[in-house]
Ligand binder design. Structure first.
Ligand code: PEP
Ligand code: MG
Length: 838
């Protein structure tokens, strides 16, 4: 490291407050003179800075300019340093660009990157920049340029601890991987102080996810967490809660993974009869696939270097980063609903990578050196991914794929020419072979075309492997580069259970593999038979089982899993990930298509639930301080007839066309809202001469549960949204990772609200369903059935286990379980009942 990053303070004489400069040249001359006077550079440095200006624009944006010398003149630098010129009225740097903070950089090597990293952070904090451009406080400027530094790699930090600290032994069974690291970094970023994590002699900046991952922490590793500066004590306390609070989830995840692994092992593997040539890898997703190899280059893209003005590049990059973050958040929400929260976490962790100052700094450095934006960005994420891969740590190798994935997304926003389409036209029965494949690409693979997946890099815990398992795609990872030289079109067999790719299989091998696949399919079909049985308790009480799906295409899978209908169709998804609202016609067709796919089975369609965590950019809704407590769900619908009326017209048109549907409204909190919504429905129904459809409400807020009997007089049914009911009953933001372990829907307070809802519904003979996440948990489902809920609706893949659990119970036992749970005083006590539950 250079002295620039070690010095901590910028000497007084190198910070000039309220400087006057009538031109860029004059400002550069003053900065250079200060650097010369301080003995940091030789006199020729001023001319070197002017030469740099002639070939590149050093205006970084937002009133900051960073004049510096040319590479050839580096020997003029005697000591790495920066000189700051505060020009309150600004000095014209280029036409239309005024610099108010001139940060002259004299750095021989990586010091340049370090200062850019600090500045790029500052660039994102406009309020702070405005203060700095006018302050009388030299220290504030010095602190700003030092205090925002974030260590790049673990090795970039000196190995000492700060004054305040605590020790902890990591007890996450799979070590510190991206998901908890993101949550640590997010917690750390909430505080202005410096927070360091030390393991032995290695240290990392707690705000920086990559830096944290670079420590390669395993379960049992002892760490010291220390902090210095404003809010240090509070930051340490928060971080401790975050770190220890995640232990339970990490252990539960690992136990589930282990359980899955054992089950897979017990299922037995396949042995080819004639020992064909095999490439060994790591089993990533079980199953056997026969197909033909299609190799894809991971990133063979040639990115032309087309220089662009630096300020414009900074703006474009800023916009592309914002768009990508938004896209990843929508993708995470969509994935959470389609595949589950743990798959969605992949994209939330990826969004964390975008906030990595190192990546932005690397890109800025290439930009400042005069390269094009797309080129600089591509080079930055590729360099960083290569650095991670080179560390030969499987966790970091997996992150390299994530980094490339995120990098390519940003690249596509910078310039749509670089959007990928390489996986669009794959032939059928493809065995996809690649150096690595990104989670986005994996999520988008068409299982009808792709039979199996083999990658040279990656590990079994990589997000790609997780997604391959979700898609039911046999996969082998970590084979090494040998697979990249395989011949396109060659026949092969992927054994995702044994972790091998068999080449040139004989007829006997192929026949044996086909038999194995057929036997496996028969086994699955037998399981599907029991999935298809109703959830009837041993004493003959039946609970209806629905699926939570959003698109007609998902219906076949849901029915195959044993769904008896759809208990929740979230219509927001027709509005998300597109640039305008769907028309009334498009909506009517989507609802009718879902009804057709269900062939007369029950279908509950939820009216738009926009707001809270489901933001739709093109609706341009006003920003709210607390969106979960704001104009959300039914409140929004009542204020926006332009959304409500077309949706209701589309729903009644579908009903008039023969669709058997029920409609429910989200986030209803008062009776007045329900009555107004009903009146609008009736008006539209009459206008369209459509049949009456059952109109229900979601019970998602305590007020609806407490007044259930009153609501039941006017609602045809209730569906309890336990995700929101838990959030509002316990006052825990459902997106807050720190509080996630406490947001337990089995909390007795939530169960008592459900009990009240069921009792209130009974006053008017209404049915009650539950469509929140807890309905898909076998123990939760048993409790809900014991509370008297009539219907449970869940993610399709949760259905078989829930049905099985209910079929093994009898009603009296379930009721007794529910009574016990209602009498508990906390969620742990409720969960403890699982051990002795009927
Ligand atoms: C719920 O809140 O439990 C629910 C099912 O609705 P959503 O998750 O869409 O808010
Ligand atoms: Mg909800």
């Amino acid at each position: 490291m250079t002295s620039l990053t070690r010095q901590g303070e910028i000497p007084r004489e190198l910070i000039q407050l309220d400087a006057r400069a009538s031109s860029k040249e004059e400002a550069i001359a003053q900065a250079a003179a200060a650097l010369v006077a301080a003995g940091c550079v030789r006199p020729g440095f001023e001319a070197s800075m002017l030469r740099r200006e002639a070939v590149s624009n050093t205006y970084l944006g937002k009133g900051i300019a960073i004049p510096h010398g040319t590479v050839e003149d580096r020997d003029l630098i005697q000591k790495d340093a920066i000189a700051v010129l505060q020009v309150r009225d600004g000095v014209e740097w280029n036409a239309g660009e005024r610099a108010r903070l001139v940060v002259a950089i004299a750095a021989r090597s990586d010091g340049h990157i370090e200062i850019l990293r600090r500045l790029t952070r500052l660039l994102q904090d406009e309020d702070r920049l405005a203060v700095l451009a006018a302050t009388d406080d030299r220290q504030a400027l010095s602190d700003a340029l030092n205090g925002v530094a974030a260590g790049a790699a673990a090795t970039a930090e000196p190995a000492g601890d700060f004054a305040q600290s605590f020790d902890w032994v990591l007890d996450y069974p799979t070590g510190l991987h991206a998901r908890p690291a993101t949550e640590w970094a997010e917690a750390a970023r909430r505080f202005p102080c410096r927070i360091r994590i030390r393991h032995g002699a290695e240290t990392a900046d707690a705000r920086n996810m990559i830096s944290l991952l670079s420590l390669g922490l395993k379960s049992g590793d002892a760490i010291t967490v220390s902090a210095e500066g404003q809010g240090a004590a509070e930051a340490l306390a928060t971080l401790k809660v975050t770190m220890t609070g995640l232990s339970a989830r990490e252990k539960a995840d690992a136990a589930r993974a282990e359980e899955k692994r054992r089950a897979t092992a017990a299922a037995g593997g396949w042995v080819p009869p004639s020992s064909p040539r095999a490439i060994e890898g790591v089993p990533a997703a079980p199953g056997l696939a026969i197909g033909r190899i299609t190799r894809i280059a991971t990133d063979g893209m040639e990115i032309p270097d087309e220089p662009v003005e630096l300020a414009r590049a900074a703006d474009l990059l800023h916009a592309a980063l914002g768009q990508t973050a938004e896209q990843l958040h929508s993708l995470a929400d969509d994935t959470a609903r389609r595949l589950g929260e743990s798959d969605a976490a992949i994209f939330r962790a990826q969004a964390g990578l975008l906030a990595d100052p190192d990546l932005i700094t690397l890109a800025s450095q290439w930009l400042v050196d005069g390269h094009g934006l797309a080129w600089s960005w591509h080079r930055a994420y590729e360099d960083m991914a290569a650095r991670l891969s080179a560390l030969r740590n499987p966790v970091l190798a997996a992150r390299a794929a994530d980094l490339r994935d995120v990098g390519q997304r940003v690249l596509a926003h910078i310039d749509p020419r670089f959007a990928r389409s390489r996986l669009a036209d794959l032939p059928e029965d493809t065995i996809l072979v690649a150096e690595d494949i990104s989670p986005s690409d994996a999520a988008g693979l068409d299982p009808a075309k792709v039979a199996g997946l083999v990658t040279a890099l990656g590990g079994p815990t990589s997000h790609t492997a997780i997604l391959a398992r979700t898609l039911g795609l046999p996969a082998v990872v970590g084979t090494g580069a040998v697979v990249e030289r395989l011949e396109d079109g060659a026949c092969a067999i992927v054994d995702g259970h044994g972790g091998r790719l068999y080449l040139d299989p004989s007829e006997a091998d192929l026949a044996s593999a086909r038999d194995w696949i057929a036997a496996e399919e028969a086994r699955r079909a037998r399981a599907a038979e029991t999935r298809a049985l109703p959830a009837t308790t041993r004493d003959g009480h039946r609970i209806d089982i629905g699926a939570n799906i959003n698109l007609a295409e998902q219906a076949a899978f849901a029915l195959g899993q044993g769904a008896e209908g759809v208990g929740l169709m979230r219509t927001e998804f027709l509005f998300l990930e597109r640039s305008e609202s769907p028309t009334e016609d498009e909506q009517a067709e989507a609802y009718a298509a879902m009804a057709r796919a269900l062939e007369g089975r029950p279908l509950v369609i939820r009216a738009l639930d926009i707001g809270g965590d489901k933001q739709v950019a093109h609706l341009d809704l006003p920003r709210e301080e607390n969106p979960f407590l704001g104009v959300r769900g039914a409140r929004l619908l009542l204020r926006r007839p332009d959304l409500l009326v077309p949706q209701l017209r589309a729903l009644y048109r579908a009903a008039a066309g023969g669709a058997q549907i029920s409609v429910m409204f989200p986030m209803v909190t008062s009776l007045g809202e329900l009555l107004e919504l009903r009146a609008t429905c009736e008006r539209i129904r009459q206008e369209l001469d459509a049949p009456v459809v059952p109109l229900g409400i979601m019970v998602e807020v305590p007020s609806a549960a407490l007044l259930a009997a009153e609501f039941a007089a006017h609602a045809d049914f209730f569906s309890i949204g336990t995700n929101d009911l838990t959030q509002y009953a316990l006052a825990i933001d459902r997106q807050n990772p720190e509080l996630a372990p406490e947001a337990d829907s089995l909390h007795p307070a939530v169960l008592r609200l459900i009990d009240l809802t069921v009792k209130g519904a009974a006053v008017h003979g209404r049915w009650v369903g539950v469509c929140g996440g807890i309905a898909g948990d076998p123990f939760g489902a048993a409790l809900l059935a014991g509370l008297g809920v009539d219907e449970l609706s869940m993610t399709p893949r949760d259905i078989p286990a829930v049905k099985e659990r209910l079929r093994q119970s009898d009603r009296a036992g379930l009721r007794a379980l529910a009574e016990h749970a209602l009498a508990c005083s906390d969620a742990e006590a409720v969960r403890a009942l699982a051990a002795e539950a009927p």
